[in-house]
Design a protein around this ligand. Structure first.
Ligand SMILES: [Zn+2]
Length: 198
């Protein structure tokens, strides 16, 4: 499989990545709460029909990364939830401010997956790669690593920027990505950069 196209349809300083081509694309991260309209606008600008987004997942369940999950399910996207993430979905609502439009994520219809099964799921979309747990920024963080070397890390903390995080946990997550051959980081909020060496 050739390296799939990668398009950023993010808004409000938060990246939302579309991976793949044709009518079988994957969304990595799902936009800010209550802002499906902004996401649809960006998709239109980049000439990607929402119906081409077959599946999507959040790198972690924070309101700027998983906010439109339920809205997107309503538009036909299969929501992949990795087993590590299941216990953390409900807690996201805590960060929603009164008056903010948020569609709570329901359990119904979610496609709960083990990371170990991600390669087969991705292959069905024509994407060669796998999803691995990368805790550090949050316990529910996962990253996608494409066989071509691109990795999608959400907010995984850089080892050089560790604050409250457990340095050993963060280091192990980056080591896991490096071991899988990750070369370029497609992060949650800034432009892509080469994966840092340990
Ligand atoms: Zn976050």
């Amino acid at each position: 499989m050739a390296s799939p196209p990668i398009v950023n349809v993010g808004y409000r300083s938060t990246n939302v990545w579309v991976i793949g081509a044709g009518d079988a694309r994957l969304l990595v991260d799902l936009g800010w709460i209550g802002m499906l309209g902004a996401l649809e606008h960006e998709l239109r600008r980049k000439d990607i029909p929402l119906t081409a987004i077959r599946a999507g997942f959040a790198t972690h369940y924070h309101i700027d990364h998983a906010g439109c999950a339920e809205d997107l399910k309503g538009r036909g996207m299969a929501l992949w939830v990795f087993e590590e993430q299941v216990p953390h979905i409900e807690g996201m609502a805590r960060w929603v401010k009164p008056g903010e439009a948020y569609t709570p994520i329901r359990t119904e219809g979610n496609v709960v997956l083990r990371c170990a099964d991600s390669r087969a799921r991705l292959a069905a979309l024509g994407i060669a790669g796998e999803v691995v747990p990368t805790p550090g920024h949050s316990p529910c963080s996962v990253s996608l690593v494409l066989d071509g070397g691109a990795c999608f890390t959400g907010d995984l903390t850089l080892e050089s920027m560790i604050g409250d995080e457990d340095p050993a946990v963060v280091r192990a997550s980056w080591d896991r990505l490096r071991a899988l051959g990750a070369r370029t980081v497609y992060p949650g909020h800034v432009s892509p950069y080469p994966i840092p060496t340990p």
